[in-house]
Design a protein around this ligand. Structure first.
Ligand code: OAD
Length: 274
């Protein structure tokens, strides 16, 4: 399918100078793979395929809170590899930033923990990190906070970060399986739903992890739902709608096409220069 309906919709709104189009992004690991961060479930290249060296009982155990309490080593190895600081935003991240700059972005819900939405320039109130982030670290037992500096000082020595109070393990505030998502995720989503969502752009996610995967299905039938992904998945496959647009391919390539068709290339270049 072509990008045309989406391009036309956005152009119409921009021409009418109507600031009321409400676009929400719901994204996952596939928008960051071109930054050099592997996704989770892609065959061969995905993280879960390549975890055999960690001797896990099953791949998702690396993000399982009960497993971590017994054996924090595998997560720690991964933590070192994935720690933010060495990766740069992709074209797709800048596409989201352009939506924000054009006053079209209502919110960006991300499952990613790489901080690249913020690095691309999205302000705090526009990003909801549904699966948490590396910004803070807490003890898994007494919940005492450990500063990033102290946390990092353990990691560089290849040691498991420990609580300064009770000596239990400390992990970043990334949502593990068995843990609740941040309140903000539910609160902001309720707020956005009741305010209205005109376009929901779902990108780079297999829509296999809940409750995040329910988002596209919770939008009303009046919402345009766009899937930008290598594969068709989730609600787009199981409950497809009239106002769905499925764009299969590489997220950056589709972002480039969209930016070109919308005439936003100069704006993108300015972002990249800064
Ligand atoms: P997945 O690895 O499950 O899915 C990534 C999706 O992106 C797949 O459908 C890929 O085909 C697609 N993809 C990969 N590279 C792409 C590219 N360059 N362009 C377009 N599509 C591409 O990742 P998520 O759905 O984000 O949880 O995984 C959800 C959660 O599962 C993660 O947040 C993580 C994991 O367990 C936690 O860490 C708590």
């Amino acid at each position: 399918k072509s990008l045309n309906p989406l391009v036309k919709l956005i152009q119409k709104v921009l021409q009418e100078n109507d600031p009321s189009l409400k676009v929400v992004f719901a994204v996952g690991a596939g928008i960051s793979t071109s930054a050099g961060i592997p996704d989770f479930r892609s065959p061969k290249t995905g993280l879960y395929h390549n975890l055999s060296k960690l001797n896990l009982p099953y791949p998702e155990a690396v993000f399982d809170i009960d497993f971590f309490a017994k054996n924090p080593k595998p997560f720690n190895l991964l933590c070192n590899e994935l720690y933010p600081g060495k990766f740069l935003p992709t074209k797709f991240h800048y596409l989201i930033k352009l939506f924000h700059d054009k006053n079209l972005l209502k919110r960006c819900y991300t499952q990613n923990i790489d901080n690249l939405e913020r690095l691309a320039g999205l302000p705090d109130d526009k990003v909801v990190e549904a699966h948490g982030s590396f910004v803070k670290n807490h003890c898994i037992k007494c919940h005492e906070e450990l500063s990033i500096k102290e946390f990092r000082s353990f990691l560089v020595k290849d040691e498991i970060p420990k609580c300064s109070k009770c000596k239990n393990y400390v992990k970043p505030d990334i949502v593990f399986f068995g843990e609740a998502l941040p309140h903000e995720f539910f609160d902001k989503w309720d707020e956005d739903l009741s305010d209205g969502i005109d376009v929901c752009i779902v990108a780079g996610t297999s829509l296999q992890v809940y409750p995040f995967a329910t988002l596209p299905g919770e939008t009303p039938d009046s919402t345009w739902r766009i899937l930008i992904n290598r594969e068709k998945c989730g609600d787009f496959e199981m409950n497809s709608r009239k106002k769905d647009l499925v764009l299969l391919g590489d997220a950056d390539e589709i972002a480039s096409m969209l930016i070109k068709q919308l005439g936003w290339e100069d704006d993108l270049n300015k972002l990249l220069e800064n």
